[in-house]
Design a protein around this ligand. Sequence first.
Ligand code: HEC
Ligand code: HEC
Ligand code: HEC
Ligand code: HEC
Ligand code: HEC
Length: 358
Amino acid sequence: MSWRVLLAITLLGAFVAAIAFLDQGAAERGDAGYGVPINGERIPPAAMTVDATTCQECHPEIYAQWASSQHHHAYLNPDVRETSADHTNQNCIPCHAPRPVFELGLESMPRSRSTHREQGVSCLSCHLIPGSAAADGQPRLAGSRDLPAGTCGLPVVKTPSLGTYRSCEPCHNQHETTNQWKETAYASEGPAFRSCADCHMERREFSIAKGSAPRLAWDHKMPGSHAREFILSALDIEARLDGSSLYVAVTNARAGHHFPTEERSRAVDVKVEWQDAEGRALGEPQQLYRFRDPYRGEQGITRTLLPHGQTWSQTIEKGAQPAGAKKARVWIDYLRKPYEPVPDTHRFRLFERTVELP
Ligand code: HEC
Ligand code: HEC
Ligand code: HEC
Ligand code: HEC
Ligand code: HEC
């Protein structure tokens, strides 16, 4: 090996060591100006304020949870594209591809984002405190404690409002979900208190960042109306004989708001099919009830959402049942489009039971 090659190797070694030293120094000082190494590249803090994939390398589990959530799908969601004429209706973008909620403050609806719309409601929509919202003009991340910039690339600041309903309200009160929550016992301080995150972000043990030991943390999958078991967890459902009458009841026992809440394109139908002793249908199924919040323009439909703690019930006496009815097949369907014909992809069965009649 020639001396030139040796010298080159030595110089290269010294250079690499110096970089590593600088890097460590930057991390210890909490210097935001240097950038964090992601996928072998050094990402400047400015890039971290526009692209949520910069969080992925260090937060793989939370990133995967979020990637499977409706928040991630918010902009590319086929139903949203269909109902917004593929986003030519610009009014939908502020919540379906939002800039950070901390930009205008948690009392306001966020503004539309022009970059990385495919990321929907991203890490940055909820966690970034943009430079424009900080006294010193420096961007930060909202967290549950303070961390130096060397940890994430941007400093993390303790932000108590993040874990409260207030960080959901900028987008989730359009149809009054937050207001409904405020009317329930969950919103009063005390043992019954449960915030939106308490119910929608499961607390379980996992590693919140690469290299961090697993500990109790907030799951970002945030289930809602696309998760059947989760919906059922809110309800007590009854379908039984009461004397010679059929009794059907639905109680919103554990949702922190009306059932269902928010989207008007949803409905929950309670139906019954009367049958003879052999299980043959006696006519078309009968619609007992529909839970739904109609669109403003829809005439003649009343708002039938079921508030927290309330029960809807119906008793069908023998005289009101078809002659010869020996069985009642009762079912409840969740519809993510209330207009017939509802495609199978937009309907699922929550409950079904056949009651024998005397
Ligand atoms: C270079 C790695 C790295 C990158 C990139 C990174 N983080 Fe972090 N982050 C960490 C580590 C490590 C912790 C501390 C983990 C622990 O305490 O176990 C952390 C902590 C956090 C916390 C505070 C958690 C708490 O306790 O409240 C938040 C919030 C956060 N990161 C969000 C983000 C977001 C959003 C991004 C993308 C813009 C991001 N991070 C990018 C490594 C990173
Ligand atoms: C910046 C706007 C925004 C913020 C802030 C926000 N969300 Fe959302 N959220 C949305 C949008 C938009 C959707 C619907 C996405 C879709 O399905 O296309 C959604 C969907 C959801 C869903 C799934 C609903 C379903 O029917 O499956 C849950 C649950 C949810 N959000 C809970 C929360 C909670 C809890 C918070 C506060 C910690 C929060 N969100 C903060 C905009 C937001
Ligand atoms: C103020 C914020 C906000 C605005 C503006 C907004 N949305 Fe949403 N949208 C939400 C939230 C929050 C959800 C989740 C609610 C739920 O799951 O019940 C949602 C859910 C939806 C869903 C259901 C998606 C699914 O898969 O279940 C559709 C469809 C939708 N929005 C279409 C639109 C259209 C079209 C517009 C514009 C005309 C629009 N939204 C404007 C906040 C908003
Ligand atoms: C819809 C809003 C929302 C989105 C989107 C979101 N977060 Fe969070 N995140 C929260 C809330 C709320 C908490 C709980 C904070 C608290 O209670 O202090 C949280 C907690 C965290 C924590 C701390 C975890 C713990 O349990 O200590 C980290 C780290 C984090 N988020 C990173 C991310 C990353 C990375 C992304 C994108 C992949 C992301 N978040 C997307 C709202 C959001
Ligand atoms: C006590 C637990 C609890 C609390 C608190 C709670 N939720 Fe829910 N939420 C549920 C359950 C269970 C469901 C599924 C049943 C349903 O659809 O109502 C649900 C459904 C939803 C949905 C899907 C739409 C729907 O009705 O199917 C959205 C969006 C939502 N919640 C947002 C929020 C927001 C925002 C808050 C805070 C203001 C909140 N939730 C507080 C338990 C809770």
